[in-house]
Design a protein around this ligand. Structure first.
Ligand code: SAH
Length: 464
């Protein structure tokens, strides 16, 4: 017989929120039964209504805040509680940072299995944790004749109509206003996800924070945009406008961008800098979204790499070569490996753009390319940098790293849990954890970026 959960659907109870999950949801217990509550904060006492009850845990809706958490603040953004973007805007920023630091420390200790011998530096947060994103993707929809441009509500595809967002570049407000008037005045048809009819699907914007250059790309379900000259005329009045293009996406898919770019005004890319390195960014290229903190993160990675100029470095999961090119100025040679061919094309182009000749790039899965090159060409590394996606590194890759015996491994991670797991693997095979630095790349969300330094236990011997 199926065992009953402690609570039944629609039953209400009062709980104290003791912790928070990865997506900012509050976690509390009712008679030992764990409940996840959206918009509830650690420290809140709340009345909740059970919505979905599994055997050992359930999801509940926040009905009333009986005693607010001392860390609760008024979100800057009027739509924060509904929007799927920011999940922590109602949590004091210093407390956000404290929790992220704690999460990193817990994962290192619990999953990494290391409790001493390293320095855990205080997390680096942003001085002004607003308007930090350089890339925005606004869905465009029409419901009952009303145009909506904004953001998806949490866990859904319904669009919350808004002209402003507290974490996007501020100039987006002018851009959205301008495009909104154009779409309404010219009565341009809007894409409908259900019928797969209508033209305009998304608006993509990118802003070079150093150069001030702005890129606009309208994603359309068709070949061309009617009355486009009118849109171009009004958008080019915005200071910094540098590129306007269309992206053709006729597929019935949730993927925002199609493969084809059609330039409307000037070239379909902008340029920006991270430190001294210049990047060409097209609508399709991957580029870190928080340029201020990216620079902080890369500088830490560079510092941890401890380069003197004569090293061979492998940068695995290199994307468009951002870290590789950042390191190249201080190394003898940098090799980058990345699975997406287009990103490698960008990496090569970016190397050319900066006159960097000591960087070489390979397309392929890091866990295939590195073992194969090691087996067949006996490649060598003084330093290996890895920056994997959330799932972390495959064991076959870690195993090759161990065999290659680099003096240092610099691990850049966007998920402290898989970082902990991989540190444990490397730790039991000769790599000692030396330094940990968390950097807040995504204020008001639950995500945290960490860079760690692991040194080979015989690094001094290997140096000779
Ligand atoms: N270091 C880059 C990109 C980091 S994001 C930067 O800082 O900008 C992680 C990258 O890993 C993405 O570009 C993704 O395409 C790539 N990737 C994912 N799985 C991979 C794999 N198995 N092998 C190599 N690259 C992979």
């Amino acid at each position: 017989m199926k065992e009953d959960a402690v609570l039944k659907k629609n039953e209400e109870c009062i709980i104290h929120i003791e912790d928070m999950g990865n997506d900012g949801e509050g976690i509390g217990k009712y008679q030992g039964y764990t409940l996840f509550v959206k918009n509830a904060l650690v420290g809140d006492t709340v009345r909740v209504r059970a919505m979905k009850c599994k055997k050992s845990y359930g999801y509940a809706r926040l009905m009333e805040i009986i005693e607010p958490s001392p860390y609760r603040v008024e979100p800057r953004c009027g739509i924060a509680s509904r929007c799927g973007g920011c999940t922590l805007q109602h949590l004091d920023y210093n407390e956000q940072l404290r929790r992220k630091q704690k999460k990193v420390a817990d994962c290192i200790e619990r999953l990494g299995g290391v409790t001493e011998g390293y320095t855990l530096y205080p997390i680096i947060g942003m001085e002004t944790p607003y308007y930090y994103r350089n890339k925005a993707q606004f869905p465009v929809r029409k419901k009952d004749g009303k145009l909506s441009i904004g953001f998806y509500a949490g866990g859904s595809h319904s669009v919350i109509d808004t002209d402003n967002c507290s974490i996007q570049a501020k100039v987006n407000e002018d851009i959205i206003r301008c495009i909104r008037s154009f779409l309404e005045e010219e009565n341009i048809s809007i894409y409908d996800e259900e019928t797969h009819e209508g033209l305009v699907r998304h608006i993509l914007t990118r802003v070079g924070f150093v150069t001030g250059e702005i890129m606009i790309c309208l994603v359309i379900n068709g070949k061309d945009l009617p009355h486009k000259e009118k849109l171009i005329k009004s958008l080019t009045d915005i200071p910094g406008m540098a590129s306007i293009s269309l992206n053709i996406n006729k597929e019935k898919t949730n993927v925002i961008l199609g493969d084809k770019i059609k330039p409307l005004w000037r070239e379909p890319y902008i340029t920006d800098y991270i430190g001294e390195v210049k990047f060409r960014i097209s609508p399709l290229s991957f580029y870190q979204v928080n340029p201020v903190q990216t620079r902080v993160l890369y500088e830490k990675a560079l510092e941890f790499a401890g380069l003197k100029g004569d090293e061979t470095v492998w940068d695995l999961y290199c994307g468009i070569g951002t870290i590789s090119l950042f390191l190249a100025a201080q190394a003898k040679k940098v090799y980058g490996v990345e699975i997406i061919p287009q990103a490698i094309e960008d990496a090569k182009e970016n190397a050319r753009l900066n006159g960097i000749e000591n960087a070489e790039f390979f397309v392929g899965a890091a866990e295939e390319v590195l073992p194969e090159k090691y087996r067949e060409e006996k490649i060598y590394a003084d330093v290996i940098v890895v920056d994997p996606p959330r799932k972390g590194c495959e064991e076959s890759l870690l195993d090759t790293i161990v065999r290659m015996e680099p003096k240092r491994v610099v691990y850049v991670s966007c998920d402290p849990a898989t970082l902990g797991r991989d540190i444990r693997y490397l730790g039991s095979r000769g790599y000692e954890l030396k330094k940990i630095q968390a950097v807040d790349q995504f204020p008001h969300t639950g995500h945290v970026e960490t860079v760690v330094l692991l040194s080979h236990k015989d690094a001094d011997v290997l140096l000779v």
